[in-house]
Design a protein around this ligand. Structure first.
Ligand SMILES: [Zn+2]
Length: 500
């Protein structure tokens, strides 16, 4: 339809101002504006005593209130009973905007046509009171199998390809949008129209966007069957934006209910309504392959299987199903959790470069590989620990019955942390990478027993921390030792620099 044709066929209607006021009262936060009137009367007018002159945005009414009332206490409108926020009514040039939104309304056209018009609606507070203004935004034309849209630009109406709800931003830089509301849709409008079987009322209750829904329905009338068979999660998926998944799960071009889910049998059709689009695809594939039955276990498995991204060893779906069920029973966990564990386990095998693909006891095998991986990580750090040890050999010092040396290995730092009940183990990586150096200070007569843990700043050669059991601080004797040791380290370094 050309824009000219559209304008001649468009039902000549404007929004109903009473309906707009009702929408404002129902959907937007109410405000009350009040100003003092001091009773100084104009000549020839009867004297009015001093009072508040009020307007309520929720009902749009104007009324007087007792002069003695305080503005901040006027929180309920005496005319409509709405909760309102009190404000002072000041006179502003051009008025003050008190509310704004996009408003959509459905109208019946000729034959089976449905027209939808949308307006930007705003409520203004002027010197004389409240006023509602509106300007057209878009026009939609719907008929069987057809959806068209025009949008208002400064040059006039323009035809658009995408049929969707408009957004109205307060300004071009803003991410916020004014809300959109749809006016009352009467049975009379829908009856005998192209939307007669659209289940539009249910779609609205479900919170689907009205324009997109109508466009979707007119292109795919089979949607009616989806409602009738309660496939609500599938419809939700569509309007959540998973359109591709929905098209894979259901044949929207179907002419009959049976045609929606190609190849599905009676048992399957009973299960499908509770599933989301991706789940339907998986359920159908697994059920048809004879892996699962059409029951709750089958549903659970289809849901879990969907997020298992590995290739199944040997490609045997049935074996995976049986294996995970057996393992789940063994360790009394859900199949979904067990499948997740198996996925982690296969990752480990991949990282370690091989291993048992179907271990007899998955839980045990998973724990074993985790320990081995940790060990390998430690081994990597241990190599770095050895390098640190060689680098700091010069700092080893035996003096006045004490011995200080760099920590030996990951194992030792872990053990030191456990024995001393401190958090030194957390320093393993920083020590390995040379950002800090961890030393152990021992009594010369008990060199294998933990005593103090010392952290040295490798740049300044100062002791950052010197902690005993349970982070207890150093005794005077140990502090003297540490001071002497730092002095010694600095001397050695200075000599090295001179000779270098
Ligand atoms: Zn009111």
């Amino acid at each position: 339809m050309t824009t000219g044709e559209m304008l001649t066929r468009l039902p000549n209607v404007q929004p109903d101002l009473d309906e707009l006021q009702r929408v404002i009262g129902r959907e937007l936060p109410g405000k009350m504006f009040a100003r003092r009137v001091d009773g100084e009367q104009a000549p020839f007018l009867p004297y009015t005593p001093p009072h508040w002159e009020c307007v309520c945005t929720a009902c749009g009414k104007q009324f007087a209130a007792n002069r003695k009332d305080k503005l901040k206490d006027m929180t309920v409108c005496p005319e409509c009973g709405a909760k309102v926020e009190p404000h002072r009514w000041t006179n502003r040039q051009g008025g003050k905007q008190t509310g704004a939104f996009l408003f959509y309304h459905l109208f019946r056209g000729a034959g089976r046509e449905i027209w939808v018009r949308s307006w930007r609606v705003s409520q203004w507070l002027n010197f004389d009171g409240l006023e509602i203004a509106y300007e057209p935004v878009s026009i939609y034309y719907f008929d069987d199998g057809t959806a068209e849209k025009w949008k208002r630009g400064w040059w006039g109406w323009e035809r658009l390809k995408t049929i969707q709800l408009d957004r109205w931003k307060p300004n071009t830089y803003s991410c916020a949008c004014y809300p959109a509301f749809v006016g009352a849709i009467s049975k009379k409008t829908i009856e005998g129209s192209c939307l007669e079987y659209s289940q539009l009322d249910r779609a609205m209750l479900q919170g689907f966007p009205v324009i997109e829904y109508i466009g979707f329905y007119l292109k795919n009338p089979s949607v009616e069957y989806l409602w009738k068979s309660h496939c609500i999660p599938l419809l939700e998926d569509y309007f959540l934006g998973h359109k591709g998944d929905v098209r894979r799960a259901v044949n929207l071009k179907a002419k009959t209910f049976k045609g929606l889910f190609r190849g599905a049998d009676k048992q399957e059709m009973k299960i499908i309504p509770q599933l989301r689009a991706q789940e339907i695809v998986w359920f159908h594939r697994l059920y048809q392959a004879g892996v699962i039955r059409a029951d709750q276990d089958g549903v659970d498995w289809a849901r879990a299987r969907r997020s298992f991204y590995h290739d199944i060893p040997g490609g045997d779906e049935k074996r995976l199903y049986r294996y995970i069920h057996r393992q789940a029973e063994r360790c009394e966990r859900s199949c979904a959790n067990t499948l997740q564990d198996y996925s982690d386990y296969l990752d480990q095998i991949h990282r370690l470069g091989g291993g048992e693909l179907w271990p007899h006891d998955l839980d045990e095998a998973h724990r074993r590989l985790s320990a081995r991986e940790r060990e390998m990580q430690d081994r990597g750090l241990n190599g770095m620990f050895r390098a640190r040890r060689r680098l700091w050999q010069w700092a080893v010092w035996r003096h006045s019955g004490m011995l200080i040396r760099p920590v030996d290995s990951v194992n030792e730092i872990t053990l030191e942390g456990e024995r001393q009940n401190n958090c030194v183990a957390g320093y393993a990586r920083r020590h390995a990478e040379g950002q800090t150096v961890i030393f152990v200070l021992r009594r010369a007569d008990a060199p294998t027993q933990s005593w103090y843990t010392v952290e040295l700043d490798p740049k300044t050669l100062t002791v950052r921390q010197c902690r005993g059991y349970q982070n207890e601080s150093a005794s005077v004797r140990v502090m003297f030792f540490a001071d002497a040791w730092m002095q010694r380290l600095k001397n050695i370094r200075d000599q090295r620099r001179k000779s270098a």
